[in-house]
Write a protein that binds this ligand. Structure first.
Ligand code: UDP
Length: 450
């Protein structure tokens, strides 16, 4: 395998860059040389990866561009990246394959659909990484047929109904827009790009999603590799785009075992000012110690904590600790952490499952909604906060999870899942075997080229 290279191209969002860099490290551990093509926007911290080669490309974005939390704007943003980057990506890849180690394949995020045409032109196999799970990808692939069969667009009164082909989900768990035209076009492009690829890698494991894996094969007959959870291949590591505030850990060290609720809504989700105040009061009124990540921009237009009522921080005192960004994996591993109030991004969900930390689910958009349904209704290791964000409901949910017997039952269930997740990476485990298959697949792509 010496001298055989893989080129990876992450989508520049925190929740997509981390798993792509983790995958790069996993493949490097298997002997492949690694080249990363990346946008200048949200560029990874290259100093953390001295063993990789990095190739920045222009992306047509400005310093002031930010990733919006509005789903339609996210789709527009991804479409712009695809069109802005196609030519620079082609130029960079052409240069790279003519000068570097022989390249076995390209691995791009599924959202980089415009790279399939480039890969085809350069006769380089493209494998895609779905940074999330199988079930949410199945939901996305199913949406166009739900329109064709007349189940969508949805009437408000039907939101609670089960999705006919996906009985574990209700329509409200499937992200939907009142005006779906552009979204459907986007789904179609991503699905076609994925079908044309030489394989799909998921940051998930078969033990979690066997049933969905079988169903998904009717949409995607490609070779499939579930080799996650990626972050468990290494000690707690970071590909964080923001500086992590380590005071969290010294504060957690001072708390009782399994006493703290950790609150974070990830790198993109945003809430309204009124909701922010309800979160603050819900945490304060719960009387439980809390560690809260208030990312600048969590409330649109706010700098950081200036919206908190006067005297709030003094009233909470040492019982609460607020930071701009946390070393999340270390927080979830910490013995004082009892529960995680999360937006259910897939990385956060996996990180919590792997450490046996039950969740309060507050999904905002996209796969977060299907993840929340899995957490609360399939695995039953969390509580779904479905009503508006309101202090009384928050206080009740925190107490159900942290104080009442129901919380202990969830803890028992998630401990079993945690064991499963850890076992799947060990010799004989499903992800272990799948990684071996992936390595053989990449090598076969290489030999069929030469
Ligand atoms: N994260 C972190 N510190 C924080 C909050 C989040 O390091 O304070 C990391 C977290 O560990 C996860 C990623 O950011 O790996 C967020 O990804 P996820 O898929 O959960 O959500 P997204 O940010 O994409 O919505």
């Amino acid at each position: 395998m010496k001298g055989c290279g893989v080129v990876l191209f992450p989508m520049p969002f925190q929740g997509h860059i981390s798993p792509m860099l983790q995958l790069a490290s996993i493949l490097h551990g298997k002997g492949f040389s690694i080249s990363i093509i990346h946008t200048r926007f949200n560029s990874p911290n290259t100093a953390n990866y001295p063993h990789f080669r990095f190739y920045p490309i222009p992306d047509g974005l400005s310093e002031n561009d930010v990733v919006s939390s509005d789903p339609i704007r996210i789709v527009t943003f991804i479409n712009s990246l695809n069109s802005n980057c196609q030519t620079p990506f082609r130029d960079c890849l052409t240069e790279l394959i003519s000068t570097e180690d022989p390249v076995a394949c390209l691995v791009t995020d599924v959202l980089w659909y415009s790279t399939q045409a480039v890969a085809d032109d350069l006769k380089l196999p493209r494998v895609v990484l779905r940074t999330s799970n199988v079930s949410s990808f199945l939901v996305i692939a199913t949406i166009p047929s739900l329109f064709q069969k007349g189940y969508l667009p949805l009437q408000d009164s039907e939101a609670e109904n089960e999705v006919p082909e996906l009985p574990q989900f209700r329509f409200k768990d499937v992200s939907m827009f009142k005006d779906p035209g552009r979204f459907l076009e986007f789904i179609d492009t991503v699905v076609q790009g994925t079908k044309a690829s030489s394989g799909i890698i998921y940051n998930s494991c078969e033990d979690l999603e066997q049933e969905y894996l079988t169903k998904t094969s009717s949409y995607f007959p490609n070779p499939v590799f579930l080799i996650g959870p990626f972050h468990k291949y290494f000690p707690a590591s970071s590909s964080s785009l923001l500086p992590q505030d380590k005071t969290c850990i010294s504060w957690l060290d001072k708390q009782q075992p399994k006493s703290v609720i950790y609150v974070s809504f990830g790198s993109v989700a945003a809430i309204k000012e009124t909701e922010f105040l309800e979160v603050a009061w819900g945490l304060a009124n719960s009387k439980q110690p809390f560690l809260w990540v208030v990312r600048p921009g969590l409330v649109q237009g706010s700098k950081w904590l200036e919206l908190l009522p006067n005297g709030f921080l003094e009233m909470v005192g040492e019982r609460g600790h607020i930071v701009k960004w946390a070393p999340q994996q270390e927080v979830l591993l910490h013995p004082s952490t009892a529960a995680f109030w999360t937006h259910c991004g897939w990385n956060s969900t996996l990180e919590s499952l792997c450490e046996g930390v039950p969740m309060i689910c507050q999904p905002c958009f996209g796969d977060q909604k299907t993840d929340a349904r899995f957490i609360s209704h399939v695995w039953r290791v969390g509580i779904h906060l479905e009503s508006n964000i309101e202090r009384g409901e928050i206080e009740k949910a925190i107490r159900r999870l942290m104080v009442e017997p129901e919380g202990q039952e969830m803890r028992d269930r998630i401990d079993l899942l945690k064991d499963k997740m850890n076992l799947c990476l060990k010799p004989g485990g499903t992800s272990y075997k799948s990684l071996d298959n992936l390595v053989s697949h990449i090598l076969s792509l290489y030999s069929s080229k030469t």
